[in-house]
Design a protein around this ligand. Structure first.
Ligand code: CUA
Length: 671
């Protein structure tokens, strides 16, 4: 195990051999009685089976020793990202993204939090939008491997995307993506982080007013595939270099980037190619046949969107775009005529599309189709080259012949959704209805020859109703094949009752051996995770624990408002009161200051400490201010003082023995 500080380690193996193997009385089964079996005694006293005791030993991570992997988990409509260690499945941190977080001083009066949160707000929603629905985290990559620099995640509710800097695990940018109203599964990073992709889920009206009657859905609504260029230094989105590709008004869903042999391509699933818009209450009664659900599942095939983003780059560079809401957009007819966009039929209402590590196989799983459908990159490229079309859709997009591009179909089970990969050429597909994971083999290009290619190997039961799943480094060109986590939507009876809203259940599965083994359950009690990505912790080489003295975390430079100890001061200029404050165990300097109603108070607080973990908080509860000031950090707060009073302020972080003494006063005299 990759460890942290080297602690003195018992040679556990010897103890194990004398314990579990020699066993003790009382275990349900799996242990034989014997002398010196301390572990066996413990397992027996706790009524653990041999497999359970083994799993406990395999997943226990002592203090001072570090988990081998991190998973970055979407928090669903909690609007956050959760960071868990693997194999312990301990929660290490919650990163606030679209939702304020008081502990981290995100969204309670500090400029950083407010700037980030307001930066991603549609002006129509003013500054009241304070939630999002995080779905699909995407780690930055170099040559197809996670590089531990940046993390992106979409807001399914509002068509936004956020960037988290993995140097300090803080959200640095939220972008309200032009021309998107909502975005579900379209998030991925290309193999060298050239682009982060995000597509629309519900198509948008493209009329001047933004209104169009649903009766004009086909004519006036469009989807958009968005390619956001990334600044390689700071990870932020660069709209100047970004572009969109206009798509028909189908519902674009999950997506993945081509890699290696499929590098340069992007794949997006779609459903509702029927273009159903609902209407089951029309006529004064509920007509199920008119419901969106019913009408959107009537076609036998939907369309896998195949996008050549390198070709799109050329067309964009040649000026083949229109500007729409500040974004360069390749019109649908251009995307079609210039060979940027092709369709391939896929069994109806697909969900996941996942490219295998070699880039040769594109695995599509359909909610209503029991198969894993494997498309071949080689076949797709050949069919495009030969213009091997089976006509076009209603918008003129060429449809590749299914027989030409489909390599294999493998019957997996009921409700297949998402696929992940190991290092042995196996695929793992979640089966929502079977509440299981199907392990199956890929083909020759993934090392499985005649006889054992494209075969279901086994099904692993999970508890219950699995959505996504993830394997270690499973979206990269080099999966580790070590661990898999099932993201189960229902936990039902797995945990003690905690009221009517149940936690979800992550289950850790060991996939290193021939047959996968269930290791542990972990209740997820602070959000509704959709997807996670799992990265080897040693790749997070950029993580810092202390900022350089006087750092503004938004710029990574020394803040113009930073001070060193001894430089504290209060400057008054008319109605503006500027306070340069330091925070240091266990006092603020200054710890009192005099103002009056009508003043604009500008607080610049520098944590002048350089000791890891010596974070201070700063709260003025009367004015709803709460900041976290980490070692070396500068926090800025602008406050219009509109109420007279003598208000307490205090440090919210238990920083020292005299933490309670770290307090002060702000006098706001009547004007
Ligand atoms: Cu500083 Cu408590």
């Amino acid at each position: 195990m990759a460890s942290g500080p080297q602690v003195s380690r018992r040679t556990a193996l010897g103890w194990l051999a004398g314990g579990v193997a020699a066993g003790a009385a009382g275990a349900r089964f799996g242990f034989s009685s014997g002398s010196g079996g301390e572990l066996g005694d413990v397992a027996g006293a706790r009524n653990l089976t041999g497999d359970e005791a083994r799993a406990a030993l395999e997943t226990f991570v002592p203090g001072g020793v570090y988990d081998e992997y991190f998973i970055f988990s979407s928090g669903g409509h909690s609007g956050q990202i959760m960071v868990y260690g693997v194999p312990s499945l301990r929660l290490l941190k919650v990163i606030p993204v679209f939702t304020p977080d008081a502990w981290q001083g995100y969204g309670f009066g500090t400029d950083q939090g407010n700037l980030v949160l307001d930066g991603g707000v549609d002006s129509a929603k003013s500054n009241t939008l304070r939630w999002g629905d995080t779905h699909h985290p995407a780690l930055s990559e170099t040559e197809g491997d996670y590089d531990g620099r940046f993390l992106y995640i979409n807001d399914r509710a509002n068509g936004r995307i956020a960037m988290v800097d993995l140097r300090d695990f803080k959200t640095k940018q939220i972008l309200d993506v032009p021309n998107l109203q909502t975005s579900h599964g379209g998030c991925f990073v290309t193999p060298n982080s050239e682009y982060v992709h995000i597509s629309s889920m519900t198509p948008c009206p493209v009329t001047e007013s933004g209104y169009a009657p649903l009766s004009r859905y086909k004519e006036d609504f469009r989807g958009f595939s968005t390619w956001l260029a990334i600044d390689q230094e700071d990870g932020r989105f660069d709209l100047e270099r970004s572009f969109q590709i206009e798509l028909p008004p189908y519902t674009q869903d999950l997506a993945d980037a081509g890699k290696l042999t499929s590098f340069g391509l992007g794949f997006i699933n779609s459903y509702n190619t029927e273009m159903a818009t609902g209407g089951n209450l029309h006529g004064g009664h509920a007509d199920p046949s008119k419901s969106l659900e019913s009408a959107a599942t009537s076609n036998d095939y939907d369309f896998l969107h195949i996008i050549d983003w390198q070709r799109a780059e050329e067309v964009v560079a040649e000026g083949g775009t229109r500007i729409r809401n500040g974004m360069r957009v390749v019109p649908l007819e251009t995307a079609t005529s210039e060979g940027i966009l092709h369709f391939a039929p896929e069994p109806r209402n697909p969900h996941g599309v996942d490219v295998n590590p070699t880039g040769d196989y594109i695995c599509v799983a359909g909610k209503l189709d029991p198969n894993g459908n494997v498309y071949s990159t080689e076949r797709i490229r050949a069919a495009i080259e030969a213009q091997d079309y089976d006509g076009t859709d209603g918008f003129g997009v060429p449809i590749l012949r299914l027989d030409s591009v489909l390599e294999a179909q493998v019957e997996l089970g009921a409700g297949p959704l998402h696929t992940q990969f190991d290092d042995q050429g196996y695929a793992y597909t979640s089966l929502f209805l079977d509440t299981a994971i199907a392990k199956w083999s890929l083909g020759p290009k993934a090392g499985h020859g005649e006889g054992d290619a494209f075969k279901l190997v086994e099904k692993i039961p999970v508890h219950y109703n699995i959505g996504h799943l993830v394997t270690a480094e499973g979206d990269t060109v080099h999966p580790d094949g070590r661990y898999m986590v099932a993201l189960n939507k229902w936990s039902i009876d797995r945990f003690p009752p905690v009221g009517t809203l149940h936690p979800q259940n992550f289950q850790l599965i060991d996939i290193a051996g021939d047959s996968p083994r269930m290791l542990s359950d972990a209740p997820i009690g602070n959000g509704e995770p959709h997807y996670v990505q799992m990265i080897n912790r040693e790749k997070l080489t950029h993580v810092i624990q202390v900022y350089e003295p006087g750092t503004d975390p938004m710029t990574w430079k020394r803040s113009p408002f930073a001070i060193d100890a001894g430089e504290e001061r209060v400057e008054r200029d008319g109605d503006e009161v500027v306070v340069y404050m330091s925070a240091q165990r266990s006092h603020f300097t200054p710890d009192t200051f005099e103002t009056k109603v009508g003043d604009l108070l500008r607080l610049h607080i520098t944590n002048v400490e350089q000791t890891p973990d010596a974070t201070h908080g700063f709260a003025i509860p009367a004015y709803n201010i709460e900041a976290s000031i980490d070692p070396g950090e500068v926090v800025n707060i602008d406050l219009t003082l509109d109420r007279a009073g003598t208000f307490a302020m205090y440090c919210t972080e238990f920083c020292s023995a005299l933490h309670l003494e770290m307090q002060g006063w702000i006098e706001v005299a009547p004007s």
